[in-house]
Design a protein around this ligand. Sequence first.
Ligand code: 13P
Length: 255
Amino acid sequence: MNKKVRKAVIAGNWKMNKTPAEAKVLVEEMAPLVKGADCGVVVCVPYVDLCTVLDAVKGTNIEVGAENCHWEKSGAYTGEISADMLVSMGVQYVIIGHSERRTYFGDTDVTVQKRVRAALDAGLTVILCVGEYLEQREQGITDELVAMQTKIALGGVSKQELSKIIIAYEPVWAIGTGKTATAEQANEVCSVIRGVVAGLYDNAAADALTIQYGGSMNAKNAEELLDQPDVDGGLIGGASLKAADFSVIVKAASR
Ligand code: 13P
């Protein structure tokens, strides 16, 4: 596998944090610190912040994503947001299948697949999250589980469409806990995912796929994680809420 053929992407996942006013301050602080980065820089923000953040990133290298989308184009789905609505605002990315959506809001492999389809149809780039719970790691089924999540989510995705997919490996036990996977553990599972993609498509498609690690990645551990051959970037929660920390991670990915 050749890391040189694919792009590193550092994406922030703000989760349910920051009002529009706070979001503006954070992005304005972040923009000069990540200017000229040799990697993709994305902030995925709450729906209510999208308008403000899209405006604040104009003229910068920061791209904007949402944290979820519904699979239908429109209709009687109170409280939901469609992929087309996001695109109409100028949003380019969407996180799909985050473990917090799976755990707290009933997202399943099947609904994840439907959301991926809708997002691709609308023209969004998908950050598809997969990852195991601690119990599953202890049971020794991490590889099988992550392979299954990947296969189901990519069901119906063509080889050409794969260029609009980033996969984020996020072990659930490492999210927001301060417990990072070791660089070896992160690389091992990212490499399993790449192998699954090679099996579904071919080696060239797998080589070109950006695979991020997520789970307590921070300014201190980013370099070691990003140095791994199959880790092409990060999906950052807590540390993406601090401009200085986020920019250190972006710099580590730019080397
Ligand atoms: P933390 O970086 O806060 O552990 O969150 C990771 C995450 O869930 C990103 O999607």
